[in-house]
Design a binder for this molecule. Structure first.
Ligand SMILES: Cc1ncc(COP(=O)(O)O)c(C=O)c1O
Length: 458
């Protein structure tokens, strides 16, 4: 019998995160005056212990014991050989996935929500604010805040709020307060509504609202939390790839190809960063971040300096960007509707170590259905972007007669995304492709900002 699942014992959970900033160079974030910001400027937004992680270049960072005990509620997550999918595709490829859908909220997001809530608690913070697209991140932070006794307020992008009402109930069950964004509660929200009262909302707008509320608290006991993009967020997610490395060794395999969907870059980076070190040291691995053709940040947008949010509250970040005021079309993968990308992921794309891909909506739902019917789990619409690329690569391996080893991240389940599946199964999903003219229009948004340098790894 061929083995399907490779599991680690609870006490085999990694005890340190891998910090890629020890191995690569990054352009610094810039303040409003065009100069690199200093960490103190971020203090009204994040607690200092997380800011220290954001700028650290230590290769290994200890995971606190009080974080491990919460992560152990579901971690280490299983590494699964997708034997049924391999059979359905009749491919010589061996396909493995890291199943991050097994967490309480249903995705990889609590891997960082838990340490973020912990560090806020230790710093004396009482209340956290955040944005959410798909609802997975808002759920994850609500869950994490419940573990450490913190209040949590979530601005959920309007189109997703309307598409999946059960996410709000899930957040409420953990004590989180979720409202649609843009809202009338903040200046940024009111400005967005004045511009377009029927706007579907965007992650950029929701981030502005959550930051504005955090810094407005005069008691100093509220901080903002971001679910992707930033260095410390991606650092926390490396637990996925560190576990996967041990589990691939148990399976006696090593990946030729690593695939993850990319919205802000966190699940993709979490799986791939621990393997980047090997690639830098000469190992042959293809690493593919996958995004929707309707929000093609890495595949079509240039590497520039831009703000992470619409109201321009964040510093200028070096990243691929469609422009901070760009409102992505209202397709079903809310977690991939972000105008920017993590600076670390952008840097590695610019350097040629990652090869980004984009896929159409019809293709991703077809892949999601095939995976649901073979491997059993109904994938989150975001995850299906990775799946479409996995299927392409497995078919290519068959055509070429090569035994490729493919590793991908099953970033979440889609049990609260069933309206998207209903739309697909009843023929209502349309492909959305941003044209070259649309991209040229976006480029005007950051035309006057400084440009990042092209750097190489250490
Ligand atoms: C299940 C799932 N996968 C992927 C993403 C994309 O985010 P990231 O690129 O940070 O992993 C999201 C975001 O909400 C998500 O919910």
């Amino acid at each position: 019998m061929e083995l399907r699942r490779y599991s680690l014992r609870e006490d085999e959970i990694p005890r340190q995160w891998y910090n890629i900033l020890a191995d690569i160079n990054l352009n610094p974030p810039l303040g409003p005056d065009g100069n690199p910001i200093n960490p103190d400027q971020l203090a009204p937004v994040f607690p200092m212990n997380l800011i220290e992680q954001e700028v650290s270049t230590e290769r290994w960072i200890d995971i606190p014991e009080d974080v491990l005990t919460v992560l152990n509620l579901w971690r280490p997550s299983p590494l699964v050989r997708a034997l049924n999918l391999e059979k359905a595709l009749d491919t010589p490829a061996r396909i493995y996935y890291k199943n991050e859908s097994v967490s309480p909220p249903g995705s990889h997001k609590p891997n960082t929500a838990v340490p973020q809530a912990y560090y806020n608690k230790v710093f004396g913070i009482k209340r956290m604010t955040t944005e959410t697209g798909a609802g997975q991140w808002g759920s994850a932070l609500s869950f994490a805040c419940a573990q450490y006794g913190l209040d949590c307020k979530i601005y959920m992008v309007r189109v997703s709020f309307d598409q999946k009402p059960y996410r709000k109930f899930m957040m409420a069950a953990w004590g989180g307060n979720c409202i649609p964004s843009p809202s009338r509660e903040t200046r940024a929200g009111r400005a967005a509504l004045e511009k377009d009262p029927d706007t579907p909302g965007s992650l950029g707008i929701a981030i502005s609202e959550a930051i504005e509320e955090a810094v407005a608290d005069e008691t100093g006991r509220t901080r903002y939390s971001l679910g992707s993009v930033l260095n410390h967020v991606l650092l926390h997610q490396t637990i996925i790839g560190l576990e996967a490395k041990k589990q691939m060794a148990l399976a006696g395999d090593y990946p030729d190809i690593i695939i993850g969907c990319a919205g802000g870059g966190s699940n993709f980076a979490g799986l791939s960063f621990p393997f980047v070190q090997d690639k830098i040291n000469g190992r042959q691995i293809e690493i593919y971040p996958v995004e929707p053709t309707g929000c093609p940040t890495l595949t079509k947008a240039p590497f520039v300096y831009d703000h992470g949010d619409t109201a321009r509250y964040t510093p200028l970040l070096p990243m691929h960007s469609l422009g901070h005021s760009f409102v992505p079309p209202a397709f079903h993968s809310g977690g991939l509707r972000y105008h920017g990308m993590a600076p670390t992921v952008s840097q590695l794309v610019d350097e040629g170590l990652f090869t980004p891909k984009s896929v159409k909506q019809s293709q991703v739902f077809e892949a999601g259905i095939l995976l649901a019917r073979t491997e059993g789990i109904i994938p989150a619409p975001e995850t299906t972007h990775a799946l479409a690329t996995v299927i392409d690569e497995a078919r290519k391996a068959k055509e070429e007669g090569k035994e490729k080893v493919i590793l991908f991240n099953w970033s979440g389940h889609g049990l609260l995304d069933l309206t998207a599946y209903d739309a697909y199964l009843s023929g209502q999903i349309k492909d959305i492709i941003l044209s070259e003219a649309d991209i040229k229009e976006c480029e005007k948004i950051y035309a006057d900002f400084p440009k990042p340098r092209h750097l190489t790894h250490k």
